[in-house]
Write a protein that binds this ligand. Structure first.
Ligand SMILES: *Cc1c(COP(=O)(O)O)cnc(C)c1O
Length: 369
């Protein structure tokens, strides 16, 4: 019997094989120095990430979630305020709002799964304080249109940039397009730690300074607490790993873009929709999402052929049990709900070969033939 071809959704073993020596050397350095919290690797990483994102300030943190809610908090979002965001995101976007006692209000998305500015404009009320655009899949939202809504109503903008490191919109970097942004460096993100990690990016020096303090218990120095804070620090070990991987990120992004271009050429557009790229964007393809009929049957068919796939995300946040208290604050979300049943993320990672992509495309096309 011919061996089943396997195409994994993610391939950490391949990444480790490619980077083993550099990773072990970086970790060895941290262990030898005994410098586990803060220190040179964390501040060097912050400077390198600030250059990448085109912002003056980066605060390295424990996750992509803490920069989101701390940014909102420092921009004045509190109990009773409304923040408009997308329901088709990872649950952390809405949780960041809810944990401040604020109300997540969900607006609908366009065919490209990104927040629709007209739907956002309709969701604005006298209580709206901010907009949190989610640059889902590695593509940046239409920030000119969202910025116009924000400016018309005096709203803050916090980008959920967790999936969009390195992405560009009209030549400007993800993370530099609002008042502040939260990035995740989770193992499955394009720039990945070997555990949890993330960072805040901002052009606002006062906000950066306050988040820097809040991430470390609110300490202004070793002994004085200005305001009670949290422990949202990034481990030095993760910072050292991330610094070995950061120079590889352009190659990771190029490989993903190449894979996406090949999928687009091979997948049958009569049955498979993938939102087209826009002229003014540089899409980093954190995810390659197709929209199809009979999605669940296709996913099983792929699994039968050794191909991993995922759904990001099968239950929109407004339909989660946790969102029950907020449900009647949002309008109808027809596209969000339709897409939840039709979206499927195909493998797109940097270790796939053109033959892998061709195999996946063949199996998908054959399912609809
Ligand atoms: C991954 C992700 C987050 C949260 O990041 P963590 O590092 O897991 O806290 C938030 N929003 C989106 C859209 C994400 O994909």
């Amino acid at each position: 019997m011919a061996g089943l071809r396997r195409v994994r959704y993610a391939d950490f073993a391949a990444q480790y094989a490619a980077e083993r020596e550099a990773l072990l050397a970086a970790m060895d350095g941290v262990l030898a120095r005994g410098d586990f919290i803060g220190g040179a690797d964390v501040s060097a990483l912050e400077e390198e990430l600030a250059l990448l994102c085109g912002v003056p300030h980066v605060v390295a943190m424990n996750s992509g979630t803490d920069p989101l809610w701390l940014a909102l908090k420092c921009l004045g979002v509190g109990p009773g305020d409304e923040v408009i965001t997308a329901s088709n995101s990872f649950v952390a976007s809405a949780a960041a709002i809810a944990h401040l006692g604020a109300v997540p209000v969900f607006a609908d998305v366009g065919s490209d799964q990104l927040l629709d500015a007209e739907s956002v404009a309709r969701a604005v009320t006298a209580r709206t304080k901010a907009i949190m655009p989610v640059h889902l899949t590695g593509r940046i939202c239409d920030m000119d249109a969202l910025r116009a809504v924000a400016d018309a109503h005096g709203l803050k903008v916090v980008e959920d940039a967790a999936q969009s490191i390195g992405s560009l919109y009209k030549g400007r970097s993800s993370g530099s397009l609002g008042d502040a942004a939260g990035f995740s460096l989770h193992p499955l993100k394009n720039l990945n730690a070997v555990g949890d990690a993330g960072f805040l990016a901002t052009g606002d020096g006062d906000l950066a300074e306050r988040v820097r303090r809040l991430r470390n218990h609110g300490l202004a120095n070793r002994d004085v607490v200005v305001e009670f804070g949290y422990n949202s620090r990034l481990d030095t070990l993760q910072a050292a790993v991330l610094r070995t991987r950061l120079p590889l990120l352009p190659g990771v992004i190029e490989a993903r873009r190449r894979n996406a271009a090949l999928y687009r050429r091979l997948l049958d557009p009569a049955h498979i929709y993938n939102a087209p790229c826009r002229d003014h964007e540089f899409n980093t393809f954190h995810l390659f999402v197709i929209q199809v009929d009979r999605r669940d049957a296709l996913q099983s068919h792929l699994a039968d052929h050794g191909i991993g796939s995922k759904v990001h995300y099968p239950i929109p946040i407004h339909q989660q049990p946790a969102a029950a208290p907020y449900r009647d604050r949002s309008g109808p979300l027809p596209l969000t709900e339709q897409q939840a049943a039709r979206i499927l993320s195909l493998p797109i990672h940097q270790y796939l070969t053109p033959a892998d992509i061709a195999y996946v495309a063949d199996v998908v096309n054959a399912f609809y033939r």
